[in-house]
Design a protein around this ligand. Structure first.
Ligand code: DX5
Ligand code: ZN
Length: 215
């Protein structure tokens, strides 16, 4: 069953707790937290103090997507603030394996993220050490960008590699996912859909989440 991770970046910042509660009640399993540093990604969003202040509904997972250059400098500030998953971009660090180990030692699910142009080969020596791979289908920076359809075959190829190696690694797809694009992504192997505009950009969150799950 497809899990939905609404991205807080598209929520109304004046009422974050209500916005989180609303998507939880509407059936979202995760809350996606886009952390950008204005360096790895061309925008600055929010960081650990804000995440630490959010109320996490029981049963919901907080899923941080770090779009930060050299995350090893700041990784410890993301520990102990209620995160269940942390995704590190393979392009952002030369110490990827060390970071994944540090994250799993905190009982947080370690995950890796790939930009649209980054090949799956970069996962070769870390696939055994992660619980999730985040495939970006837009370039990091903003919500509301168009889905890059040429990247879609990556999902299917990654699914095959995970199966070949007998691993249980979830595939998360992030960027421009909508009820229109979801069908083929689920067929290809998407387990978790990140949705900014497709949930928080809609008036009825429950209907929006249902549309994604039923797509
Ligand atoms: C982009 C972020 C995405 C984005 C998704 O850098 O990583 O999570 O907020 O927003 P939509 O679903 O509108 O593309
Ligand atoms: Zn994201």
């Amino acid at each position: 069953m497809l899990k939905i991770a609404p991205s807080l970046l598209s929520a109304d910042f004046k009422q974050l707790d209500q916005e989180i509660q609303a998507v939880h009640q509407a059936g979202a399993e995760l809350l996606h937290l886009d952390v950008m540093d204005g360096h790895f990604a061309p925008a600055i969003t929010f960081g650990p103090p804000l995440i630490a202040s959010l109320n996490k509904p029981a049963g919901m997972e907080f899923d941080a997507h770090l779009m930060v250059q050299n995350p090893e400098r700041v990784i410890e500030s993301f520990f102990g603030i209620g995160l269940d998953r942390i995704s590190i971009h393979v392009e952002s660090t030369i110490h990827l394996h060390r970071l994944l180990k540090l994250i799993s030692e905190q009982n947080i699910l370690p995950a890796v993220a790939l930009n649209p142009s980054t090949p799956l080969e970069s996962l070769e020596w870390v696939l055994d050490d992660v619980g999730m791979v985040l495939l970006m289908t837009v370039n990091p920076g903003f919500s509301g960008q168009s889905f890059i359809s040429t990247v879609a075959p990556k999902v299917e190829r990654l699914k095959e590699r995970i199966a070949q190696r007998g691993l249980s690694v979830e595939i998360q797809v992030d960027g421009g996912v909508s009820a229109k694009t979801a069908r083929s992504l689920v067929d290809a192997g998407m387990d978790i859909a990140v949705a900014g505009s497709a949930v928080y950009g809609q008036t009825d969150y429950a209907a929006a989440i249902r549309a994604l799950k039923e797509a």
